[in-house]
Design a protein around this ligand. Sequence first.
Ligand code: ARG
Length: 460
Amino acid sequence: MVANEMWGGRFAGGPGKIMEDITPSIAFDKRLAEQDLAGSRAHVRMLAIQGIVSKEDAEAILKGLETIGGEIAQGKFVFKRALEDIHLNIESRLGEIVGEAAGRLHTARSRNDQVATDLRLWIRQACERAEAGLKALQGALLTQAQSHAATIMPGFTHMQSAQPVTFGHHCLAYVEMFERDRARFADARKRLNECPLGAAALAGTSFAIDREVTARTLGFARPMRNSLDAVSARDFALEYLAAAAISATHLSKLAGEIVQWSSPQFGFVRLSDAFTTGSSIMPQKRNPDAAELIRGKTGRVLGDFVALATVVKGLVLAYGSDLQEDKERVFDAADTLELSLAAMAAMIADLQADAGAMRAAAGAGYPTATDLADWLVRVLKKPFREAHHIAGAIVKRAEEMKVALDKLPLEEMRKLEPAVTDEVFSVLSLEASVASRMSLGGTAPARVREQLVFWGEKLK
Ligand code: ARG
């Protein structure tokens, strides 16, 4: 066993066998290759500007990095476990390509500030992808809402039919949630956009580097102010994971609705063959697998957040190898979220709402009882509590006669409240109920159409 070629100066032997299994991160951090190359380019350019390396060496290094970028893009680069991680793999290959000059790249830098920089760059892009994925999903929901601004469906509380709402209103509720999710990613992206490069191992460096230059080159707003913080902070990764976890809970909620809605018992929506699978034993089945899987994958994303939060909890300053555990959590959450967002957007675009089934379900369970009580308050000037009581008695009578509220004869209502007039029928239909919900944010189709205009502008 030989000492490590990159840092083995004072080591007589190589690491123990088990270290070869526990130390390497290359299997997953090769996903940081692009960011690592960008960081190295910015660093070596700055070193040349500052006269810390010669122009010739910098040129040679930049050319070598370009070659490596090409090799990686073409799948020709050989990643070696013995070289632990992406940083050492690239540096070692650079040595093979450009010789001695390669060794000057690591001046005034450490893998600690390097990996922190790479991961910030990676997550910055992941935030942008999440924002784009969310926006596409909002667009699909908006399209459904535009077709169904006045489509009546039952609104539920406690999973009991509560009051009728419109399907468009329901879709726009999710557009709101995903808008907040998008803002969370944008916010995290803005806050993480400070550059750790130049913090070196933990204390800064004695070389006269210019951190403004590297920060600017990499598109960061500014260098991080404190070198200890720069190499050890992972709250930016936690913020990304928290935003992903919250998005995932919203996706799971919508997925859960689709699972219910597409069941034969509900029949509110139909998914095409492209988004359902059959059963190997029950020929009648059309399973909404994608929705169930999206719902299930929420567990992974929440788990990723909890796992990294547990890693960083109680960690002292500055860098510790514990931090190597950050990347897989971030990659897993990003892969899962991006796949879920794409699948959900496609499924929403695909689904066909069954307005008839929704309306029939909305009529069951006396959902306009509140409208009746409100009418008794407004027209007969009853206190709401008394009105609630009278409306309850009228619902009971309708139930006994097995008719909908708007089909209950006026005489029957009058037996329970003599002052009721036939004007009451103007509020008892589903359409009237929905149309009357004109308060700000209410479900009235006229209000929903206002919201459609707002979102149409915003998501353009
Ligand atoms: N592979 C390491 C990581 O993922 C890079 C930093 C290693 N630094 C060190 N001093 N061992 O965090």
